[in-house]
Design a binder for this molecule. Sequence first.
Ligand SMILES: *Cc1c(COP(=O)(O)O)cnc(C)c1O
Length: 373
Amino acid sequence: MSGAVGDPIPLARPWLGGAEEEAVLAVLRSGQLSLGPRLAEFEQLFAQRIGARCASAVSSGTAGLHLALRAVGVGDGDEVVTSPFSFVASANAVIYERARPVFADIDPITLTLDPDAAAAAVTERTRAFLPVHIFGWPAELEPLEALGMPIVEDACEALGASYADGRAVGSRGHAAVFAFYPNKQMTTGEGGIVVLGGEGLKAQIDSERNQGRAPNMDWLDHDRLGFNYRLSDIACALGIAQLARLDELLAARTTVASAYREALAGIEGLELPCPDAGGAVRGWFVFTVLLPRGVDRDATIEALRELGIASKAYLPAIHLMSFYRERFGHRPGEFPVTEDVAARSIALPFFPQLREEQIERVARSLAVVLGQA
Ligand SMILES: *Cc1c(COP(=O)(O)O)cnc(C)c1O
């Protein structure tokens, strides 16, 4: 077998069609590019799809996390218990409010927050939990719910995921945040949305994303601090069009994941994402593998790149990033599961239109690079 160089295979690529183009064009032609009719329409359709009461669309997943944390009352000096194995945005959003992200280690199989570790991290300053449905796996929430504190779910990687009872991630009544960057399950270019169990929080988030404007007041009256976290009607129209074909987008990702599982099965020592179990279903966002212990991860990524295959260290442990080390004094050894996983995991090319032969080429190249072909 050879790892011959072929056309470059990117890490991610959105799947956009004629319906998306038409929807965006229609907004451009309407002349109403923001705060128009597509905003409420997108919010309603998305909430409906998840099975949530309502939703507020915002300019990014990060903005959604920020406003959701504010909405549940996180502020100066509070602590928020969260996962160190996440995209850095989830912990950053806590810091925006001068609160402190308190990390707890993850479960080695699901890679989501270990509920016992999370409970052990609670202090009298703990104000909320911020579990992350990492790589689209539905994090275990019941033990956290039993502790009776607000929960903000980082569901930015978990569109399409569901629990054993069949209910979608995001439908449990907590504030849950989804994101629409082009590598996510569906895209609005940039964008995010907070789904909510009640209208009260929506009113606050709607106001704060729009400079703190009171919804029914004259437009220059601001009764609270706000931000500009609005999502344009152009983006909402794109979101509506993607949402209309979400089943197709998700099914294609699932097919690619299954093909990877088969293609990579023969590589010794490689750990694949945990399969769906106990009725829970992953919403496929990335396909990450854990390299065998002792393999040089950075050299592997470089060797794959030379074969035309994009891959990425995904994800680095947040507590070991230099900003977090300096600000909070974190050191290696604090969260051993996270650190082990973060040192070995790489994301492989993963998107709905990835072809069977490309998947096979990725698998073959990885085998060659690992000295197994
Ligand atoms: C994508 C992502 C976000 C936020 O995304 P934006 O780029 O701000 O839209 C937050 N958390 C996780 C885990 C993510 O993967």
